[in-house]
Design a protein around this ligand. Structure first.
Ligand SMILES: Cc1c2[nH]c(c1CCC(=O)O)Cc1[nH]c(c(CCC(=O)O)c1C)Cc1[nH]c(c(CCC(=O)O)c1C)Cc1[nH]c(c(C)c1CCC(=O)O)C2
Length: 347
């Protein structure tokens, strides 16, 4: 079994596995070249192109897992929202969900119908990855992070609309979150059935909530999505940022591996989470812009916090940034393997 899948199961392996959130993307010239010809949605919806981009970082670096090239937002399009990636601005939803009637209009379609392109891309990527024994990760946005885009209509600083619905219109909120948890859960399950060997639920913006609001208004829906995904029998990573005050809730919602960011020490997070889960993280993505020696010291600091405890997957605490120097990515990946390989630790 691969290092990555062993770590998901908290089993020891020959070295600490590493992959990077958003590892396929604009910091790579191969990706930028393809983007001159196609929009991001065209790449996502053309299985051959999505497969090609999935492989770009795998061909360039010694990564321990691939993640299917897609985005968290196409499932919203499948529900009837009009999604556009606006240059220089990020994603925009032209018909955001603001009232109970908008929630009612949202349709829950089977992923095989609404998101077949990604399921097809997974099959193509698996065929290429199998010969190299590299596992493939499928993913979905978590209900709150999806709600955040659906209700705000895009990125947002204070999330006034989405929290406004949560706090002021509980009926609409629960109806919305019920639909989103079904979509996210079945999308994850379908990706595993198409061939993904692990799954990640991205709750990127959940740290904007108080722990009590998370427990009451969000956790049951993340749990529902994770329970559906669990039926696939593959390891599930549950990732959030800014989750320091609610790690026990994140763990209790579900997931075999908990992803944490750099705002907490890895060993503190793992102590809070306990022995029942593996951990993923947690280098600050900005550290990749530092001179190599400074980057190395930081990576080493994280690896030392996990030393002797199987079940650490090295990753960033959030997605890799667009202008990240590629040389530092290569050196980081190799360093994590060298520093933790069983031979090195015996020497
Ligand atoms: C919140 C979120 C989104 N998308 C995603 C999240 C959760 C992770 C996180 O918090 O970073 C997840 C995502 N998006 C993308 C992947 C691909 C797989 C991978 O290599 O990790 C993954 C896992 C491709 C993408 N998704 C996007 C790009 C860049 C688009 C481009 O090519 O112009 C890529 C490679 C666009 C996107 N997609 C999204 C935003 C806000 C943006 C615009 C800002 C940005 O460019 O980073 C929503």
């Amino acid at each position: 079994m691969s290092r990555f899948l062993k770590a998901c199961r908290r089993e020891a392996s020959d070295a600490t596995p590493i992959w990077l959130m958003r590892q396929a993307g604009r910091y790579m010239v191969e990706y930028r070249t393809l983007r001159e010809k196609y929009t991001i949605l065209e790449i996502i919806k053309t299985p051959e192109l999505a497969c090609e981009v999935t492989m770009q970082p795998i061909n360039a670096f010694d990564l321990d897992a691939a993640i299917i090239f897609a985005d968290i937002l196409p499932p919203l399009e499948g529900m009837g929202l009009e999604l556009e990636f606006v240059k220089g601005e990020g994603p925009v939803i032209h018909n955001p969900v603001r009232a109970a009637a908008d929630v009612e209009r949202l349709v829950v379609r089977p992923p095989q119908e609404a998101l077949s392109f990604t399921l097809e891309a997974i099959k193509l990527a698996r065929a290429e990855l199998d010969s190299r024994s590299i596992p493939l990760i499928g993913f979905s946005g978590a209900p709150f992070t999806l709600a955040s885009y659906a209700v705000e209509g895009g990125g947002s600083r204070n999330r006034q609309h989405v929290k406004g619905m949560m706090m002021g219109h509980p009926d609409a909120w629960h109806a919305l979150m019920t639909k989103l948890s079904e979509v996210a859960g079945h999308y994850l399950l379908a990706q595993a059935q198409a061939g993904a060997q692990a799954l990640q639920l991205f709750d990127s913006w959940v740290g904007e909530l108080s722990p009590d609001d998370y427990a009451q208004y969000v956790m049951p829906y993340s749990k529902r999505a994770l329970d559906i995904a669990k039926q696939a029998g593959v390891p599930v990573i549950h990732f959030g940022t800014n989750t320091n005050g609610m790690l026990h809730h994140i763990r209790d919602a579900g997931g075999d591996v908990i992803g944490v960011d750099w705002r907490i020490r890895l060993d503190d997070a793992w102590a809070q989470l306990g022995d029942s889960v593996a951990i993923q993280g947690n280098l600050d993505p900005v550290a990749l812009f530092a001179p190599w020696e400074a980057l190395k010291t930081r990576a080493q600091g994280i690896l030392d916090q996990a030393a002797g405890r199987p079940g650490h997957i090295f990753n960033l605490g959030h997605g890799i940034l667009p202008t990240t120097p590629v040389d530092n990515v290569r050196r980081l990946v190799d360093f994590v393997h060298e520093y933790t390989s069983s031979n090195a630790s015996k020497a």
